[in-house]
Design a protein around this ligand. Structure first.
Ligand code: AMP
Ligand code: MG
Length: 407
C-alpha cells in the first residue's frame, strides 16, 4: 500500500500554484489581510525617508560635545525646537544645538542626538552632561530600506506587519492572488441535512460543514454542493459541475468497495487521471486522489474523523500550495513528549487525536479521552493535535517523544 509520504509527494507534485495574470486581483489594504502577494513590491521611498531622531533630546555637532561629562559639561545655545512633522529652518553651527523630539527631522549641521536624560536645559541653553557616541540616536535615510530594491517578495502571506509596510510605502492597491476555489459535496443515501427530520438509519451530513469551515479558515472560497445520492447519474452531474467551477473538489463518503468503483469509473469517464485509491494510514485509508486538467479531486473517506484527518494531512497543504504562497505549505510536525501511552497495530501510519498542552513551558501530547474510533466525532472536539505513530511502531510509552501535527 502507498505510504503517507509517497501519497503526499504525489499530491504536492500535482499541485500547480496560482501564478497567471487572470489569477491576480487588486484589493485594498485591509482586504489584503491573509492574502498572498502576487507580485514583488518595490517602493520609490527610502526608509527612513530622511535623517531623523530616535530620541527626545538635543541635536548637536559631535565635534562640539565629544569631551562632555557631568563634571565638565558642554554648554550649547538652543536655536530651534523641532517637533515631529516640522521642517527645521536653522542650520546648527558650532556651539549650537536644537531641541528635537523622536521622529523629527535632523537639522542641517547636526549629526548626533543627545538624549534629554543626559542634559540640563535652562532658558535657551543646554548643558551636555555625557559624551554621546558619534551619530548616536540618528536614524539615517535609507538605513532600513533603499528605494528601488525589493520591499516585499511575491508569494508571501500578508499579515499585520506586511500590511503596515505596504501602507507606509503608500501602496493601497495590492496585487494578490485570487482565492483558491474548493467545491465540497457529500455522498451517501443515508445522509440528510441538519434541517431534515432524521428517519431510522439516516445520519446527518456533518462532513460538509467541517470541510467547509476548514476551507474557509485557509482563506479559500467554498462551493457547498450539498448531498449527492449513491447514484451514478447524480454523481456524474455533480463532479462534472465541480471540476468546471473549482480548483479542488472534495467529496466525502461513497468509499465502500462497490461505491468506490462508481466514483472511480465516473472520474475516469470524465477524463481524470486516478493516482491512488488508498493510503497506508489510519484513520484515512480509503482516500482517492485524481487529477483533471484544471482541478484536483480528493475522494475523502466518509467517517467524520477520517475525513478531517485526511484533510489536515493532505488537503490543507494542497490548498496552501495552490494559493500561490512561495513556501511552507507542507504539513509540519514537531517532536514532543507524550503524556499518554499511545498504541497502534503497527500496520498503518496511525494518527491519534489529542492536545498539545503546556506544562512548565514545555508542550506535551495528551491523547483525547474516550473512544478513538474514526466514527467518533464527539471527542475530536477541542483537540488541537494529531500524534503520529509510523508504520512498525506499536507503542509510545509515557514520557517518550512522538511527532505531532499541530492543528
Ligand atoms: P462511506 O465512506 O460512505 O462508506 O461512509 C463511512 C461512514 O461515514 C458511514 O458510517 C457513513 O454514514 C459516514 N458518513 C459518510 N458521509 C458522511 C458525512 N457526510 N457526514 C457524516 N458522516 C458520514
Ligand atoms: Mg456511503
Amino acid at each position: 500500500m502507498l505510504s503517507v509520504k509517497d501519497a503526499e509527494n504525489i499530491i504536492l507534485n500535482a499541485v500547480e500554484s496560482l501564478n497567471q495574470e487572470p489569477d491576480l486581483e487588486i484589493v485594498d489594504l485591509l482586504t489584503a489581510y491573509h492574502r498572498i502577494l502576487a507580485t514583488p513590491v518595490i517602493s520609490y521611498l527610502d526608509f527612513p525617508h530622511g535623517d531623523n531622531s530616535a530620541m527626545d533630546g538635543f541635536a548637536v555637532r559631535y565635534q562640539d560635545v565629544q569631551n562632555s561629562s557631568f563634571e565638565n559639561p558642554t554648554i550649547l545655545e538652543v536655536v530651534e525646537e523641532i517637533p515631529a512633522g516640522y521642517q527645521p529652518q536653522i542650520p546648527i553651527k558650532s556651539g549650537q544645538a536644537a531641541r528635537i523630539f523622536t521622529g523629527a527631522i535632523m537639522p542641517k549641521g547636526a549629526d548626533t542626538v543627545v538624549m534629554q536624560e543626559k542634559t540640563n536645559f535652562q532658558g535657551n541653553q543646554v548643558s551636555i552632561l555625557a559624551t554621546p557616541g558619534p551619530q548616536e540616536f540618528v536614524r539615517h535615510q535609507g538605513d532600513f530600506y533603499q528605494a528601488g530594491k525589493e520591499l516585499l517578495p511575491k508569494g508571501i502571506s500578508l499579515n499585520a506587519t506586511e500590511i503596515a509596510i505596504l501602507a507606509a510605502a503608500q501602496l493601497s492597491n495590492i496585487r494578490v492572488f485570487r482565492r483558491p476555489r474548493v467545491a465540497i459535496f457529500s455522498s451517501g443515501d443515508e445522509l440528510v441535512t441538519p434541517e431534515q427530520t432524521l428517519q431510522p438509519g439516516q445520519i446527518v451530513d456533518s462532513n460538509q460543514y467541517a470541510l467547509g469551515a476548514l476551507v474557509k479558515e485557509l482563506g479559500a472560497e467554498v462551493l457547498m454542493l450539498g448531498i449527492v445520492k449513491d447514484n451514478p447519474t447524480a454523481l456524474t452531474e455533480t463532479i462534472n459541475y465541480a471540476i468546471d467551477n473549482a480548483d479542488i473538489v472534495l467529496s466525502s463518503g461513497g468509499v465502500s468497495v462497490g461505491d468506490y468503483d462508481y466514483i472511480d469509473n465516473i472520474l475516469a469517464s470524465l477524463g481524470a487521471e486516478i493516482h491512488f485509491r488508498a493510503v497506508q494510514m489510519r484513520p484515512g485509508k480509503p482516500l482517492t486522489f485524481a487529477t483533471f486538467p484544471n482541478s484536483l479531486y480528493f475522494g475523502l473517506p466518509g467517517n467524520p474523523v477520517s475525513a478531517l484527518v485526511t484533510f489536515w494531512r493532505f488537503v490543507q497543504p494542497t490548498i496552501k500550495k495552490l494559493s500561490g504562497v512561495n513556501k511552507g505549505w507542507e504539513a509540519k510536525f514537531i517532536k514532543v513528549k507524550s503524556h499518554s501511552e499511545l498504541k497502534s497495530n503497527g500496520k498503518m501510519e496511525t494518527y491519534i487525536w489529542g492536545n498539545l498542552n503546556l506544562s512548565n513551558g514545555v508542550y506535551e501530547f495528551y491523547q483525547a479521552a474516550g473512544n478513538l474510533s474514526s466514527g467518533n466525532l464527539i471527542n475530536l472536539a477541542q483537540t488541537n493535535a494529531l500524534a503520529v505513530l509510523p508504520v512498525g511502531k506499536t507503542l509510545v510509552s509515557i514520557g517518550e517523544e512522538v511527532l505531532v501535527l499541530s492543528l
